[in-house]
Design a protein around this ligand. Structure first.
Ligand SMILES: [Zn+2]
Length: 313
């Protein structure tokens, strides 16, 4: 059930901070269309250092009017304001937990778990479709791609895939086990996609506008706004594989997101502070580099690089 302060009627547009916990408020905009249609929940800033996505959410919410919309668009602009203000990657600084990893949350848990619980119980249940906005966090860089569910009910998987194909991303990746709000949505029968673009927490107004075009592509596909010029169709990845850092040290990549690599090709080296090579990292399979660590530092066992192989179709 929608929080009382966010209950709207056709033609309403409400933008306000809602209290989700003692001392924690989340910025929310609801655009309630003049015409009937689906409810789309848009979540941004699950990782609060992903500024491009947060700016895109704000631009989307600011530019949609009830006249444009059939149904209802609910935008959660920044789900992790602690990280947003602290310039922290990946985690909720108050408890050190990755908000994306603690869904469906716990009303009695630490702050990340309580935020997840509110999103899972007060926002996701009102949605017919869901889009989670991410981007390259402060220490990572990536090529434009989108994840869709590949492990929920077949009808949910198919609807999620169609949303992904309408998103204008360069690559679409079937995810066998989505995390975060997308996991909760798909398990409840709500089609969901997770969109990625951008790098290193950086943002620009031009990039945010491009992100908004992608979001509008999904909105139009779901019938919430009038059809727009179709965006390029993503290439569908058959299998994504990730490498963790074999050693802690200085990561010197030889590839960039979007590069194609062959099996056995050198991806980069990890060296110590004196420049001695500790490890040479090679690709186990051929594929396109989807995302990788962009910072000089990597930690043993931590994320390093993910590639996607083979077109599925
Ligand atoms: Zn993220």
């Amino acid at each position: 059930m929608m929080l009382p302060e966010l209950r709207t009627r056709p033609g309403d547009k409400v933008a306000r901070e809602v209290t989700v916990d003692a001392g924690v408020t989340l910025p929310v905009t609801v655009i309630h269309g003049e015409r009937e249609g689906k409810t789309m929940l848009v979540t941004a800033g699950i990782h609060g250092g992903e500024y491009l996505g947060i700016r895109a959410a704000t631009l989307l919410a600011a530019t949609l009017t009830p006249r444009d919309v059939a149904g209802r668009v609910v935008v959660l602009h920044c789900c992790n304001p602690g990280a947003f203000f602290a310039h922290r990657a990946f985690v909720v600084p108050e408890d050190g937990k990755n908000l994306n990893a603690v869904f469906p949350g716990d009303p009695e848990g630490s702050l990340a778990e309580r935020i997840a619980h509110v999103i899972a119980t007060a926002f996701i249940p009102v949605a017919d479709v869901h889009v989670d906005i991410h981007c390259g966090d402060i220490p990572e860089t990536l090529v434009s791609h989108v994840y869709y569910s590949d492990s929920a009910d077949p009808a949910v998987n198919e609807a999620s895939r169609e949303m992904a194909l309408a998103s204008g991303a360069d690559y679409a990746v079937p995810a066998r086990g989505m995390k975060g709000p997308s996991h909760v949505a798909c398990q409840r029968g709500i089609p969901s996609v997770l969109i990625e673009r951008g790098a290193s927490g950086l943002w620009s107004e031009e990039e945010a506008q491009r992100y908004v075009r992608q979001l509008r592509g999904v909105l139009a596909h779901c019938g919430l706004i009038d059809p727009e010029e179709a965006l390029p169709r993503p290439r569908v990845i058959a299998h994504a594989f990730s490498l963790t850092a074999p050693k802690s040290g200085c990561w010197l990549p030889r590839v960039e997101p979007g590069d194609y690599v062959g099996a056995g090709e050198e991806l980069g080296t990890i060296s110590d502070f004196f420049g001695n090579v500790l490890e040479t990292v090679v690709a186990a399979h051929e594929g396109v580099v989807l995302y990788m660590t962009s910072s000089l530092s990597v930690n043993e066992g931590g994320p390093l690089i993910t590639c996607g192989s083979g077109d599925r179709e």
